[in-house]
Design a protein around this ligand. Structure first.
Ligand code: ADP
Length: 334
């Protein structure tokens, strides 16, 4: 028994050693530093793989997959996101275009524009950059995009299929988190996970895949035991659940919400939050939900912001667009 225990402790130590590197703390002791899960490098790999697959698809005689990004209004952050998506699309060989509308566009006109793209056989993927202007009903807009062209995975049918563990188009940020856990070989089977944030586009689909059964049709289940925390989770409970977790995924947009004393040594911390903050001298920078420098000294693995989940989200959107192109081909074959 003691021998088994020793072996277990040794192999756990070995695993965390492989994942981390050491640093010397202020008292001169050697400590482990988390493995940084480099989303930017991984996104490049994913896009390169996709580029090859798309090239093969085109070589078989198909036209290049196509994506249309609709943006209403002039929110600078939204325009930056769309520019990044278009650049990634071009890189992998997707024919991509931005369709810009004035902030005063009516909901009826937007719905007409989406319906025209739905009916266009030359268009595989459609996304409407959120948020739409306040005058519009976001749910109605998302439900207008044809489910098989809905590369954001926000249509009620795609959300329903995801909830039933059926193959579907999964929201790109959630898919990015799952893909990172898989590719960095973070064990989730039977582990405790906490998702901080319960938004329908991010926190909910992440929790949905983390808890579900890998053997089900989607193949995306991660078999973890999942706790979902949100704005009404009392602070002491948030601390308690996070401290117990082997995997923390946070998506709140609150800088430094997750502090080092909330993290179990060796845990994996995935930071989905992206907030632009301004320092005392007026410089702006992007930060996540995690107190990165401190948590890095406790966690076993951690995603940086920027350069973590963000670039992988864009890569997974390209994956979804290629999937939409294949969906359309299958539909036309029927
Ligand atoms: P996104 O769509 O990017 O996930 P939202 O702003 O829609 O972002 O969602 C933020 C989420 O963060 C909400 O689910 C909210 O309940 C959660 N949240 C906000 N404050 C806290 C907090 N103090 N502790 C835990 N979760 C929080």
């Amino acid at each position: 028994m003691r021998q088994i225990l020793c072996q277990y402790v040794f192999s756990s130590l070995l695993k965390s050693t492989m994942r981390s590197h050491t640093y010397i703390d202020s008292l001169g002791s050697a400590r482990m530093m988390a493995q940084v899960l480099d989303g930017k490098a991984l996104a490049k790999d994913v896009k390169d793989e996709l580029k090859t697959k798309i090239q093969n698809w085109v070589n078989l005689g198909h036209r290049a997959p196509s994506l249309r990004c609709i943006i209403v209004g002039d929110d600078p952050a939204s325009h930056t996101y769309v520019r990044n998506k278009i650049a990634a699309a071009k890189y992998v060989g997707i024919d991509a275009e931005t369709i810009k509308y004035d902030v005063n566009m009516s909901e009826v006109a937007l719905i007409e524009a989406i319906n025209a793209l739905n009916a266009d056989d030359e268009v595989d993927g459609i996304l409407v950059q959120l948020p739409v202007p306040q005058s519009m009903d976001e749910r109605k807009v998302c439900n207008t995009v044809a489910p098989e062209k809905d590369v954001d995975g926000f249509h009620i049918i795609n959300v329903g299929q995801l909830s039933l563990d059926m193959p579907t188009i999964v929201p790109a940020t959630a898919l990015a988190v799952i893909e990172m856990l898989k590719r960095f070989k973070i064990e989730t089977f039977g582990r405790d996970a906490v998702v901080v944030g319960r938004s329908k586009n991010v926190g909910m689909p992440i929790a949905m895949m983390l808890h579900s059964d890998k053997k089900h049709d989607s193949g995306l289940g991660m078999d973890a035991t999942v706790t979902i925390c949100h704005r009404y989770t009392p602070k002491e409970k948030l601390d308690f659940y996070c401290r117990n977790a082997d995997i923390i995924v946070t998506a709140t947009g609150i800088p430094s919400l997750i502090k080092a004393d909330m993290v179990k040594p060796g845990a994996t911390v995935i930071d989905v939050g992206i907030t632009r903050v301004t320092d005392e001298v007026g410089n702006t920078k992007l930060v996540g939900d995690v107190d990165y420098e401190e948590v890095k000294k406790i966690a076993g693995a951690i995603t940086p912001v920027p350069g973590g989940v963000g670039p992988m989200t864009v890569a997974m959107l390209m994956h979804n667009t290629f999937q939409a192109a294949q969906n359309l081909r299958d539909k036309n074959l029927q």
